[in-house]
Write a protein that binds this ligand. Sequence first.
Ligand SMILES: Nc1ncnc2c1ncn2[C@@H]1O[C@H](COP(=O)(O)OP(=O)(O)OP(=O)(O)O)[C@@H](O)[C@H]1O
Ligand SMILES: [Mg+2]
Length: 247
Amino acid sequence: MSLLTVENLTVGYGDTVILSEVNFTIRLGERFVVLGTSGCGKSTLLKAIVGLNPPSSGKIFFAGDEVVHPLPEDTAFYRRIGILYQNSALLNSMTLEENVMLPIKMHFPRFSDADARDVAGEKLSMVNLYEHRTKIPQELSGGMRKRGALARALVLDPEIIFFDEPQAGLDPVTTRELDLLFIRLNEQMGITFFTVTHELLSIRRSAQKVLMLADGGVAFLGTLDEAMRTDDFRVRRFFDVGTERAG
Ligand SMILES: Nc1ncnc2c1ncn2[C@@H]1O[C@H](COP(=O)(O)OP(=O)(O)OP(=O)(O)O)[C@@H](O)[C@H]1O
Ligand SMILES: [Mg+2]
């Protein structure tokens, strides 16, 4: 069953077109990875789908319904998706726990504080941060902040999480832990992942479907196995440079 379908999407900034005629479908429960070199439009695509920078043409369908941006912030679409932007920061004016409670306050204002705190605590436990819940984000490491932002994205039990460069700035051990956490959330809770990344190891570890952007459009769409085998030079260059050895 398809969860998200993008048809003939064209998106840019002002008069500048960044991506045109993008087409793909993400199946329910799939780990979908968007890759490509810096500046190719990965974040632009993510922001177009979630409505931060609406597309200039094309259609988006979520769970069978067309999504027409701009949508009001309290709309059902935003309750059903979790988003972590590339520079998404937790707010330093509040504790980790209060950050995670924010989406509940926003979408379910009648929820009691105690209940919201319980739900936030449950999500913080899932990402191993429960004992740090009363700290402010400044007091946490980069990897902990990423996990905290993940807990916030998870708090409304989304059907899909949009994640922009989750591994950026993390060491290989922390990156691996985060990748394994995504796989666990995907396998145990059925959450669909739309992950933007250029971390080759993470792609190898966790991607099921791969969309590669280049030259203003889709350069490749297929399974990870197909991506590893294709002769397309843009895909080859991406994967082969990544496996080069130093020295
Ligand atoms: N707010 C903006 N206004 C104008 N141009 C923008 C804006 N954001 C991005 N761009 C341009 O759109 C293009 C794609 O940017 P985008 O951020 O989508 O790249 P990316 O693939 O996510 O790169 P990276 O891997 O470095 O994050 C770039 O040429 C960039 O300069
Ligand atoms: Mg980006």
